[in-house]
Design a protein around this ligand. Structure first.
Ligand code: SF4
Length: 687
């Protein structure tokens, strides 16, 4: 049976089947993975049989134990408490936290459920922590953002690719086959596996990527690599952007970033000389309190070189989560309605309300962003109840101990998951839901391609789908039953109508077309009476999505991260992923082979820094920021910067990297600054 991997945004094509040993997987020749899978994909069937699979709803009893109950009892308990909290505190006392791994259908129905059944504005999702900065920058620059506005396969024709803060050799290994022919330039404070394979590795001080991007633009213009004709014909705003970049001459950039002038010039020369080139950003450049400006600065560089909207070249963002792209297009984001419409746009509200059979004036406005929502839980005026679908913020949110305190302060925490995640273990009610190969639906991968997720077998007895859960709760909250279909196909049909003429238009896509094997990237509008729209694999080839058809340079300048080092916290900490794990690790840590490959948290540190701190290989270390302490085992890595340590963020307990991370937010994307905070490190095991 043809389907896709349950994990990252590459959404590798797979075929699932059964043999005497159980469920087996093999890669398909789907173009993004072309016969390859990473370790996570190969071991994905093990998820279907995890030992501690949730099989019954659980409700916390009077003495604090989670005890099994039947579904009616669980849903009645949740609905009764939601009614009571809403009566006492108003609808915004109810909140929803969604996930970038939910199917399009779930993301859509979750947003509708929040706004109609709960009547709350308080909904956001963990994708805010993923690609929100690049989304803001892309929308401003191009008038429309889609992670990759071209198919992944186009990367295979490039001669040079700049990867800013992306490590696909570990996060999405099958992508690397598309980068093999190009000279890759990797920007990363850490010598990642991707950097090891690159032609050039620029290793800036954490939090200085923006200065580096400004400097690369300076060199591109000063050294004659700027495509003046392209800038003249296809863009506006160059002069304002240049006013900022002109002050970032190479020697100044070297002083701030630590990247030698020769390496800066070499990077620009490689991009400039290439006939086809790409600039790609990832979380390393985007998860900053200036992440949107940093992504914009890399887009400026790409525009100056004449890359976006040109066949065989371009700018793109490597989305992380499985449905990070689709998850934000259908209404689970605090400021958006389905079709990637802004919730403050009266025409958008009228359109969506009409599809929902609701009064547009009764739709709530924008709510709090993900971290702001978590931070407000249980406070005066903040939400008193939270429903979590497809996320594990107890591990994945910044300043995680504080977030757990806020979760613990709620009157009601409900978690829908298929395993007892760290957040589920804190819940008042746990709802066991179907996973991946147990349900139908669609996902949208990092190139905006809509994919069918298919069901190999039904979920175990006692388990329901998220759509069934939303239906059951909505009815108990007084909503008409037919407003919340439980059939994914039916939800998708409604999603199509809701997205019609929106920025992400799915109205021409159907299950039948996808099942017939058509390749459909959004936008794919309906064409009544005409030939079906073929979808849009490549955006911007003729014009950008602004009314004048031109891309916008952004006027951005460098600023320090929210925290800089001092005597108490003399090092920078940065976070990231390892090959064996996905996100908070709630799924992958339960797969034996993945757990054995990367069983515990570690901290990478330069041997000289370790010696100064009295640390030795394999011993535990305490990494302390202004927010807390994480404990991890020391790994001495000679290629680390001496001013920086690295910790992966997949682990719970005292090794949680997010015990130390910063909650400084980007003012536009509301992205937390996961990628840089000031720390000290010392021997010890006490968290
Ligand atoms: Fe799955 Fe991503 Fe690995 Fe592909 S790269 S097998 S989608 S985790």
């Amino acid at each position: 049976m043809a389907t896709h991997c349950p994990y990252c945004a590459l959404q590798c094509g797979t075929r699932l089947g059964h043999d005497s040993g159980g469920t087996v997987v093999e890669p398909s020749d789907f173009p993004v993975n072309d016969g390859r899978l990473c370790q996570k994909g190969w071991t994905a069937p093990a998820l279907l049989d995890v030992r501690d699979r949730l099989r019954h709803p659980l409700v916390r009893d009077a003495v604090g134990r989670l005890v099994p109950v039947d579904w009616d009892t669980a849903l009645d308990t949740v609905a009764e408490k939601l009614w009571r909290i809403r009566d006492e505190h108003g609808p915004d006392a109810l909140a929803v936290f969604g996930g970038g791994g939910l199917t399009n259908e779930k993301a859509y129905l979750l947003g509708k459920f929040a706004r109609l059944a709960l009547k709350t504005s308080q909904i956001d999702y963990n994708g805010r922590f993923c690609m929100s900065s690049a989304a803001v920058a892309g929308a401003v620059a191009f008038g429309l953002d889609r992670g990759l506005p071209f198919p992944v396969g186009d990367l295979g024709g490039a001669e040079a690719i700049l990867l800013a803060g992306a490590n696909p050799a570990e996060t999405m290994p099958p992508l690397m086959q598309h980068l093999e022919k190009a000279d890759c330039i990797v920007v990363d404070p850490r010598r990642t596996k991707t950097a090891e394979r690159a032609a050039l590795h620029l290793q800036p001080v954490p939090g200085t990527d923006l200065a580096l991007a400004l400097g690369l633009l300076h060199i591109a213009v000063s050294d004659g690599w700027c495509d003046k004709e392209y800038v003249q014909e296809r863009t506006t705003g160059f002069d304002a952007a240049w006013r900022r970049a002109v002050t970032w001459w190479p020697e100044r950039v070297e002083r701030v970033t630590g990247v030698p002038v020769a390496e800066q010039r070499a990077a620009v020369r490689m991009l400039g000389e290439a006939r086809r080139a790409y600039v790609l950003t990832g979380r390393g450049a985007e998860q900053h309190s200036k992440g949107a400006d940093t992504a914009a600065a890399f887009i400026n560089l790409a525009l100056a070189l004449g890359l976006p909207g040109v066949a065989g070249s371009g700018y793109g963002c490597l989305t992380g989560q499985g449905n990070g792209q689709g998850g934000r297009e259908h209404g689970q984001k605090a400021d958006q309605l389905p079709g990637y419409r802004m919730i403050t746009d009266s025409a958008a509200r009228a359109h969506v309300a009409q599809v929902w059979g609701a009064d547009p004036d009764t739709l709530p406005g924008p709510g709090r962003s993900a971290y702001e929502l978590l931070d407000a839980l249980g406070t005066d005026g903040g939400p008193r109840a939270l429903l979590v679908f497809g996320s594990n913020p107890a591990v994945s949110a910044p300043n995680a101990a504080h977030v757990c305190d806020r979760l613990a302060s709620l009157d009601l925490l409900v978690v829908a998951d298929f395993v007892p995640s760290d957040t589920a273990r804190m819940a008042d009610v746990v709802l066991p839901v179907a996973q991946w190969a147990e349900e139908e639906g669609t996902m949208t991968n990092l190139e905006g391609r809509v994919l069918r997720r298919r069901r190999l077998h039904p979920p175990p007895d006692g388990v329901r789908t998220d759509l069934e859960v939303l239906h059951g709760l909505a009815v108990r909250l007084g909503e008409p039953a037919d407003r919340y279909p439980t059939s994914p196909r039916q939800v998708f049909e409604e999603l199509r109508r809701a997205s019609r003429s929106g920025r992400a238009d799915y109205s021409g896509i159907s299950y039948d077309r996808l099942d017939a094997g058509e390749t459909l990237h959004w936008p794919c509008p309906e064409t009544p009476g005409g030939e079906p729209h073929p979808g849009t694999p490549r955006l911007f080839l003729d014009r950008f999505a602004h009314p004048d058809g031109r891309a916008r340079f952004a006027e951005v300048d460098h600023r320090d991260p929210a925290e800089t080092t001092d005597a108490d916290h003399p090092l920078y900490a940065t976070t990231g992923r390892v090959l064996a794990h996905y996100q908070s690790g709630a799924q992958t840590r339960r797969v034996t082979e993945l757990h054995e490959a990367a069983p515990e948290p570690f901290v990478e540190i330069h041997p000289d820094t370790a010696e100064r701190a009295g640390l030795r290989e394999g011993e535990p270390a305490r990494i302390t920021s202004a927010r807390g302490t994480a404990v991890a085992r020391v790994r001495l890595v000679g290629s680390m910067r001496t001013d920086t340590v690295f910790v992966p963020f997949h682990y719970p307990g005292p090794g949680r990297a997010n015990l130390i991370t910063s909650t400084a937010l980007d003012p536009r994307s509301r992205m937390p600054e996961f990628k840089v905070c000031a720390v000290r490190i010392e021997p010890g095991t006490d968290a």
